[in-house]
Design a protein around this ligand. Structure first.
Ligand code: PMP
Length: 407
């Protein structure tokens, strides 16, 4: 484990020493996507310079080394989330595709008329819409765990929603809009008591919190590479072997087959059954380098650093007149969402951008949360391992200036 030196870490991320509108970049939009360390950027260049070829196909040298490297990623992901088997790791395009895979494939095989699916009121749209589509198609019933004012889930309501009719329960580990950390283990135990399977959306957790899928006893877990310092266009679906085996394939095409005749096709074994066609090879291979990067620093050190930033940012921002925090859950990760009386979040975001500060404003692809609070959106600062107290100071100064200009 490397010692946690913020300056050394920042030096790994070339973009952090660039300027925006002639101001040093302060990047606080990590919930949308994280920046990439030079180790990952170098791996991308190396791939195209020395390795480029298709995977799982050719007998030639290049194809073998790219296939080996792609499979190294699968095993790194397996180790990173403590999966029992490497073939339980399906390499996808990202969280959205992983969720759609489960809603389509698990849904096709196991969800019938009258069955119930439970989601929460604090999901990203990508963990709402696929379930609405499935329920419409199958005449199943979508139930929603409501939220409390502080941005936590109403767990009493959850217990009441569960029944023998519940087929699948899904929720995010960490809310992208509020930063709430949900009590996933407890929620999984409850769902399993009724025989329901559980999908956890770990898109905002995988880069902040150490995850052990066997300890959690989770059935499906999904996340994206680009939010964990890796490339875009790659993500993961972890699924329990027996469930994956029982599910039909997602797409038909090359790689997912064992044998094709013009009359009939037999499907490949896991994980290839769910990986039709040429994957994003470069991103797949380079995800391993992002995992190495995180592992060398260690998620415990990363989490401690980010908790300190959230605490500091909350304390400093609360000194601004008219500050209203949205989401004040006891357990929070790396996100501070807020509004300032008398200003529109969008206007604040535009002014911050002019100062070189990147935040996200709006509904953060979680419109039901904004409806719950009766607000148009929030200003969201989301932190990563390379953010510093100086970044927070710049944010506080920038927000104070923006508020003074707008009021
Ligand atoms: N779920 C959550 C909680 C997210 O934050 C995001 C990305 N903002 C997604 C799902 C979707 O991820 P992607 O766009 O990488 O598929």
């Amino acid at each position: 484990m490397k010692p946690f030196h913020i300056d050394t870490i920042r030096a790994d991320f070339p973009i952090l020493s660039t300027q925006v509108h002639n101001k040093p970049l302060v990047y606080l939009d990590n919930g949308a996507t994280t920046q990439k360390p030079k180790q990952v950027i170098q791996a991308i260049t190396d791939y195209y310079s020395n390795m480029n070829s298709n995977v799982h196909r050719g007998v030639h040298h290049l194809s073998q080394i790219s296939t080996d490297a792609f499979e190294v990623t699968r095993r790194k992901v397996q180790a990173f989330i403590h999966a029992a088997h490497d073939y339980e790791i399906i390499i996808t395009k990202g969280t959205t595709e992983s969720i759609n895979m489960v809603s389509n494939c698990y849904g096709k095989a196991f969800v019938n008329e009258g069955d119930e699916i439970i989601i929460t009121a604090m999901e990203h749209h990508s963990n709402i819409v696929p379930w609405q589509m499935l329920c419409e198609e199958k005449k199943a019933v979508l139930k929603v765990i409501p939220m409390l004012e502080n941005g936590e889930l109403d767990l009493d309501a959850y217990h009441e929603l569960l029944s023998e009719r519940t087929k699948l329960v899904t929720f995010n580990y960490v809310s992208n809009a509020l930063g709430t950390i949900n009590p996933v283990k407890e929620m999984i135990v409850e769902a399993h008591r009724y025989g329901a399977v559980v999908l956890v959306d770990a898109a905002q957790a995988i880069q902040h919190i150490a995850i052990d899928v066997q300890d959690l006893d989770v059935d499906f877990l999904v996340f994206s590479g680009h939010k964990m310092y890796g490339p875009t266009g790659v993500g993961v679906l972890y699924g329990r072997e027996d469930l994956l085996n029982a599910m039909p394939p997602y797409q038909g095409g090359g790689d997912m087959i064992k044998e094709v005749t013009l009359e009939k096709t037999t499907y490949n074994e896991l994980p290839f059954k769910f990986e039709a066609g040429t994957p994003n090879i470069e991103a797949g291979i380079c995800l391993a380098h992002a995992i190495d990067y995180i592992s060398e620093i260690g998620l415990d050190a990363i989490r401690a650093h980010e908790e300190e930033l959230v605490e500091y940012a909350t304390a400093e921002l609360s000194k601004i007149e008219g500050m209203r925090f949205i989401g004040t859950a006891k357990a929070k990760s790396s996100v501070v969402s807020f509004l300032i009386d008398g200003t529109h979040p969008y206007d604040v975001g535009v002014l911050l951008d002019k100062m070189g500060i990147a935040v996200r404003t709006g509904h953060h692809c979680a419109q039901p949360i904004m409806d719950f609070y009766g607000i148009p959106g929030t200003i969201r600062a989301s932190f990563a391992l390379y953010n510093s107290k100086e970044d927070v100071d710049a944010l506080v100064k920038g927000v104070t200036r923006a508020a003074n200009m707008l009021r």
